[in-house]
Design a protein around this ligand. Structure first.
Ligand SMILES: [Zn+2]
Ligand SMILES: [Zn+2]
Length: 240
């Protein structure tokens, strides 16, 4: 595993849920990437989000009584707005992640913050943001590896492709040949996107009475995630 992630207790717990099988040609990340490429939108955005959901669920379900996790959570000054919102969704929608578990973490944090405030205003360093960065890098490395094979490229071609932020990440992990392939592919996707964006505008004119295709109608939404990365309204994972 890259970047010492195997030492991360969260990561270890998450891996337990995906029954890692050693000695198989494909790593679990590559298998998950292939599955994610069959779903709409950027596969890395999707897998990172799934991973965030697991992380928070495990924090609440498995570790709300663990002093070490409380210390880590308190030292980081809690979650950023985006990840706090995700935690809220998990507490509301999952029966095993309870409001009491969230309350335990934030009670510890509040006591820690009161003490820290006597020496100045503490800065937040959201643990889940750091985790997310590492996870995205790990999937980017697997995506780069996957794109070395004709099979991987075939799957990628049929997928929605990457968002720009994850294209940048995969490029960093890829060799020159894969980088060239990715750029050519991204340019081709943008050419199609522009055609659809143009048709969307043209067919919305009052004097044009032509039906929009599904691609044209949703082109503006694709543009939003293609350049900004994806956000998901619903939880992507199921409670185990
Ligand atoms: Zn993405
Ligand atoms: Zn965060």
């Amino acid at each position: 595993m890259r970047g010492g992630l195997g030492e991360d207790p969260f990561e270890n717990l998450i891996m337990k849920f995906f029954r890692r099988r050693k000695g198989r040609e494909s790593s679990i990340d590559v298998v998950k990437l292939r599955q994610a490429m069959g779903e709409p939108g950027c596969p890395i955005c999707r897998l990172v989000r799934e991973s965030e959901e697991w992380h928070l669920w495990l924090l609440l379900y498995e570790h709300s009584g663990d002093p070490e996790f409380h210390r880590r959570f308190s030292r980081s000054m809690g979650l950023c707005a985006r990840h706090a919102k995700l935690l809220e969704r998990i507490v509301v929608q999952r029966s095993l992640a309870t409001p009491a578990a969230a309350a335990r973490f934030y009670e510890s944090l509040s006591a820690h913050a009161r003490e820290a405030l006597t020496n100045g205003v503490p800065r937040q360093n959201c643990e889940l943001c750091r985790y997310t960065e590492n996870t995205a890098r790990r999937y980017a490395a697997s995506q780069a590896k996957l794109l070395l094979s004709a099979d991987g490229r075939h799957d990628y071609q049929r997928s929605s492709g990457l968002c720009l932020p994850h294209l940048v990440l995969v490029e960093r992990e890829a060799g020159e040949e894969v980088r060239r392939y990715l750029r050519r592919d991204f340019i081709a996707r943008l050419v199609k996107l522009e055609q659809n964006l143009r048709e969307l505008q043209r067919k919305q004119r009052y004097d044009v009475h032509e039906e929009l295709t599904a691609y044209e109608a949703s082109a503006w939404k694709e543009a939003l995630w293609r350049f900004g990365g994806m956000e998901f309204d619903e939880l992507l994972t199921e409670e185990p």
